[in-house]
Design a protein around this ligand. Structure first.
Ligand SMILES: O=c1[nH]c(=O)c2[nH]c(=O)[nH]c2[nH]1
Length: 302
């Protein structure tokens, strides 16, 4: 005998673009997203008894994403995800949870002759702003916001020494190295009771994302890093201080290595230690350092 242990379904990779035209200034703003919506509820019989009467077609889910994008603001994505997820649990009595994932792509207003252009944009990096919104009947709304794919490098101002040395160690200690990573940072908001509460805090989501991004970049640049671990913890601490409704901040940072190349074989060329200028960027393997930073005094008071 078998049983359906868990099930969710929906539409993934729904690509949506929305333009806002400011009638007064003539300026246009754009938003491009990739959306996934997965539903849970009393849908077991669709799997176990071929009963499609409980299935909201994934095609209808896709249509609902377009209609909601037309009727509602898509910015901030935390609010859009909450509106979309709440729609599904309110509209269909047998649907009890909606899991919405939104990737917002990076279209940045173009500067032309030093001025912001009214309707032209550049995708200056593969970086995205992502949200995971879980709307669960009776439990409220859980929101996790993130930055993905923000690639950074510093050519000095990073050290790594004092680590365990034993019979497995070949790495030399260094007081000056290249540090590069692809930032994945996410921050978990405290649980919201429902859409009404998310709406009352809607003005906090964009500033939190801006603060998280600015703190990540400034700390990366300015900290004379003892290690990826120490620098990422500093970042997390500062984001918690900047965003009181955030419970935890999580980072996952690959350490993208750049190796010195010994060129002494060519006419005694000096290219190691203080003479190193040409390096070999490594694709793999890479270090991967993760942490979650929380509040020591428990959850913040509102
Ligand atoms: O910042 C670092 N943390 C590590 O844990 C580690 N391990 C390693 O080989 N290099 C580094 N760098």
């Amino acid at each position: 005998m078998s049983t359906l242990a868990a099930a969710r379904y929906g539409k993934d990779n729904v690509r949506v673009y929305k333009v806002h035209r400011d009638e007064k200034t003539g300026e246009q703003s754009v938003c491009e997203m990739t959306v996934c919506v997965l539903l849970e509820g009393d849908i077991e019989t669709s799997y176990t008894k071929a009963d499609n009467s409980v299935v909201v077609a994934t095609d209808s889910i896709k249509n609902t994403i377009y209609i909601t994008a037309k009727q509602q603001p898509v910015n901030p994505p935390e609010l859009f995800g909450s509106i979309l997820g709440t729609h599904f649990i309110q509209k269909y009595s047998h649907i009890h949870a909606a899991h919405v994932h939104i990737v917002t792509h990076r279209w940045v207003r173009m500067q032309v002759d030093g001025k912001p252009h009214p309707h032209s944009f550049v995708k200056d990096s593969p970086e995205t702003r992502d949200v995971q919104v879980d709307v669960v009947e009776g439990k409220g709304i859980s929101i996790n916001s993130s930055i993905q794919g923000l690639t950074v490098l510093k050519s000095t101002g990073s050290q790594f020494w004092g680590f365990v040395r034993d019979e497995y160690t070949t790495l030399k200690e260094t007081w000056d190295r290249i540090l590069s990573t692809d930032v994945a940072a996410n921050w978990q908001w405290r649980q919201f009771t429902g859409l009404a509460e998310v709406r009352t805090h809607a003005d906090k989501f964009n500033p939190a994302w801006e603060a998280a991004r600015a703190i990540t970049l400034k700390t990366f640049a300015e900290d004379n890093s003892a290690s990826v671990q120490a620098t990422m913890y500093l970042m997390g601490e500062k984001i918690l201080a900047a965003a009181p409704l955030v419970d935890t901040v999580e980072y996952a940072l690959p350490n993208n290595h750049y190796f010195e190349v010994d060129l002494s074989w060519h006419k005694g060329t000096k290219n190691t230690g203080k003479d190193a200028e040409v390096y070999a960027p490594q694709s793999n393997p890479n270090g991967l350092i993760k942490c979650t930073v929380g509040r020591s005094g428990g959850k913040p008071k509102l």
